[in-house]
Design a protein around this ligand. Structure first.
Ligand code: ZN
Length: 229
C-alpha cells in the first residue's frame, strides 16, 4: 500500500528504519512503472504550483490530501501552521517560493483537532512549544467575545483553529516578500484552509488575500510638534 506501513508496526519497532527503506524501494519501482518520466524530469528542475504552509501533524500530509505528486507543492510545516515574522526559516521558504519559483498560490492550512492550538488554549506546561504557540493566545484575545460565546469546548477549539488560520493569512499578507511581489504587479493569492481529520476534507475559509493593504493610516495632518505622553 502506498504511504502506509502494512501491517503498521509499533512505535518501538527496532527495525522500523529497515521497513521504511524497503517501502521506499517498492514506491520507487511503482512510480517508475506508473510515471516512467517523473524522476528524470524532477531531477532537472522543480516548478511547483503552490506553497503550502501547514501543521507538522502527521495526519495532515499535503501531497496525499490534495492528490498531488512530488514536484507539485513547495512545503513549509511547523507546529500549528504559524507565520512568525522573525522565523527566518519560513521567510526564506516564502521568499524562494514567491521570488525564485514564481509561485502564484500560497496556502495556509490548519486542521481541526490541532494539538498546537489546544496547547495554546490550556495552561502552559508543554515545554518549548508554549513559546511557539504564544501568538495563538493573542488570536484568542483578539476574538475573545466570539470564542467565549461558544460553550462547547470542541466547537470553541474548532473555531480558534479557523481564526488562527485567518490570522496567519493576514500576517503572511504583511510580509515584505508578498508586499514586494504585489507592488511589482504579481498576481499572488494567499488562501486560508482548514483540514478535517474526521472526513479528510479541506474547507476554504474564504479569507483569500490578493493585495497589500495599508495597516494604519497616515498620521493626522493637523499634528504639529512633538506629541507628549
Ligand atoms: Zn496541528
Amino acid at each position: 500500500m502506498p504511504y502506509r506501513l502494512n501491517p503498521r508496526p509499533p512505535q518501538s519497532d527496532v527495525d522500523l528504519h529497515l521497513r521504511l527503506l524497503n517501502q521506499n524501494r517498492e514506491w520507487s519501482a511503482r512510480m517508475l512503472r506508473e510515471r516512467p518520466e517523473l524522476f528524470s524530469e524532477l531531477a532537472k528542475h522543480q516548478s511547483p504550483f503552490a506553497l503550502w504552509i501547514g501543521c507538522s501533524d502527521s495526519r495532515v500530509p499535503p501531497n496525499e490530501l490534495t492528490g498531488t505528486m512530488p514536484g507539485d507543492l513547495f512545503v513549509h510545516r511547523n507546529v500549528a501552521n504559524m507565520v512568525v515574522h522573525t522565523d527566518m526559516n519560513m521567510l526564506s521558504v516564502l521568499e524562494f517560493a514567491v521570488g525564485a519559483l514564481g509561485i502564484h498560490h500560497v496556502i495556509v492550512c490548519g486542521h481541526y483537532g490541532c494539538g498546537g492550538v489546544k496547547a495554546a488554549l490550556g495552561d502552559p506546561g508543554y515545554g518549548l512549544v508554549d513559546n511557539w504557540v504564544r501568538r495563538i493566545r493573542d488570536v484568542y484575545r483578539l476574538h475573545r467575545d466570539e470564542l467565549d460565546s461558544i460553550d462547547e469546548i470542541e466547537a470553541r477549539l474548532a473555531r480558534l483553529v479557523e481564526l488562527n488560520v485567518a490570522e496567519q493569512v493576514y500576517d503572511l499578507s504583511r510580509t515584505s516578500v508578498l508586499r514586494t511581489a504585489w507592488e511589482a504587479g504579481r498576481h499572488v493569492q494567499v488562501h486560508g484552509w482548514v483540514y478535517g481529520l474526521r472526513d479528510g476534507l479541506l474547507k476554504d475559509l474564504g479569507v483569500t488575500r490578493t493585495r497589500y493593504e495599508a495597516e494604519v493610516g497616515p498620521p493626522p495632518a493637523t499634528r504639529s510638534g512633538p506629541v507628549s505622553g
